[in-house]
Design a protein around this ligand. Structure first.
Ligand SMILES: Nc1nc2c(ncn2[C@@H]2O[C@H](COP(=O)(O)OP(=O)(O)OP(=O)(O)O)[C@@H](O)[C@H]2O)c(=O)[nH]1
Ligand SMILES: [Mg+2]
Length: 384
């Protein structure tokens, strides 16, 4: 069920979602919290608003510091094929994983909270690198929880690192709850809501899929949030609450893997079995030990698969194949390849030649709509 807000509260949220600056967002959320209803249906939204407010205040402080010339260690610029954030409670072994799989010098210690700012390392996988980022450990009452959650929000993938010397189920529940409270979901959505705001033209709604609401419901929801012109495309299994979350941006899906670490310890095997009995989600579960090295070589392939990325190699006509691949999302087409290289290539596109898994025969001539695959070699011909 949508949160059934008063028009006043909805207007404040509308202000929030339209606000362009952090300051304006903070102001709108503060005012929303003052007028928001306290009934059961609005509970989640209130929780979200408080969390978001805390994050925004943090952001503001960071911005201020930056203006003064300081730098923010909690902003880690992406490098390599994808950024993977290691998220977990103190001492679960996040730094040890980075130490064992990258060349970065990180501090490992039996003392909890050793890592106080994100530790970063580049983990090689075949011909690419994944950027591993350790989020400083989270625990109840820790002041940087929002910042660590912020790192997860920005990552391409989150790895939950669970400590097998303690109860992994409890840790899992705690970490997932923290993320959910901040609008980060590890569950792949069954449907998709795309909202394209327009300057004029009213509200257009296209529903393709399983819903228990109709076009009029969507229109009135949007109007309640003061959105008067937009194109909304709904595909798959979607609830009206999902549409509301899409309007507010309060639900963000993050692909995840689960790492059960310290498999070398006595009793770890039983805990792994218990966890597997409990866990029915879609994320792959890896069992590792940074002491024996067990499972560490599976990290790369598992990240690669879960990220649903592919590598394609471009070449110029009569030229050599690039040794560094272009990283694209699974399902990408020649159009995406051209776009990724240069807009000129797309504008003047004539045809492409493909060698590799997606080609019917080596050097097949294809158009913009051709779907490329991992390992393809692509030569684009265009009017320069
Ligand atoms: N037995 C065992 N000990 C491990 C393993 N991985 C890490 N440790 C130990 O666990 C302790 C914490 O490891 P770290 O890698 O520093 O853990 P962290 O998650 O980075 O922890 P903080 O940054 O301090 O919050 C250290 O004493 C490590 O030697 C493992 O696979 N097996
Ligand atoms: Mg650490």
């Amino acid at each position: 069920m949508p949160a059934n807000l008063t028009p006043e509260a909805q207007a404040k949220l509308a202000e929030y979602s339209e606000a362009k600056t952090v300051e304006a967002k903070i102001k709108a959320l503060e005012e929303f919290l003052k007028v928001a209803p306290k009934h059961k249906g609005a509970e989640n939204l209130l929780y979200w608003a408080r969390r978001r407010l805390a994050e925004l205040r943090q952001e503001l402080e960071t911005e201020r510091k930056k203006r003064k010339g300081g730098y923010n260690p909690f902003v880690v610029e992406k490098e390599g094929a994808a950024q993977v954030v290691l998220f977990g409670i103190p001492n679960s072994g996040k730094s040890s994983i980075i130490a064992k799989t990258t060349r970065a010098k990180v501090e490992v210690s039996p003392r909890p909270f050793t890592t106080t700012v994100p530790a970063v390392g580049m983990m090689p996988f075949e011909d690419i690198y994944f950027q591993l980022v350790e989020a400083p450990s989270v625990a109840p009452g820790v002041s940087w929880v929002h910042r660590s959650v912020g790192l997860v929000r920005n990552a391409d993938l989150v790895a939950l690192v669970l400590d097998l010397s303690l109860n992994p189920i409890k840790q899992y529940k705690y970490l997932v709850e923290l993320l959910e409270q901040s609008g980060v979901s590890l569950k792949k959505p069954k449907g998709k809501v795309e909202i394209q705001r327009e300057r004029s033209g009213g509200i257009k709604v296209v529903i393709m899929g399983e819903t228990d609401f109709n076009v009029e419901d969507v229109k009135s929801l949007l109007k309640a949030y003061k959105i008067h012109s937009a194109t909304v495309k709904i595909t798959g299994k979607v609830s009206l609450e999902d549409v509301e979350k899409a309007i507010l941006g309060t639900n963000q899906y993050k692909p995840s893997v689960i790492i059960l670490n310290k498999a070398d310890l006595p009793g770890a095997k039983e805990k792994v079995e218990e966890f597997l009995k409990f866990y029915k989600g879609e994320a792959p579960v890896l069992v590792t030990s940074t002491v024996t090295g067990e499972g560490l070589k599976d990290l790369g392939p598992t990240f690669f698969k879960t990220l649903e990325i592919i590598r394609v190699y471009t070449k110029k006509p009569h030229g050599d194949v690039a040794d560094k691949p272009l990283i694209l999302k699974k399902g990408a087409t020649i159009e995406d390849v051209a776009k990724a290289i240069h807009s000129r290539m797309l504008k003047g596109f004539k045809f492409a030649k493909v060698w590799g898994p997606s080609a019917k025969y080596p050097g097949e001539r294809v158009g913009l709509g051709h779907e490329v695959m991992d390992g393809d070699v692509i030569e684009i011909h265009y009017k320069g």
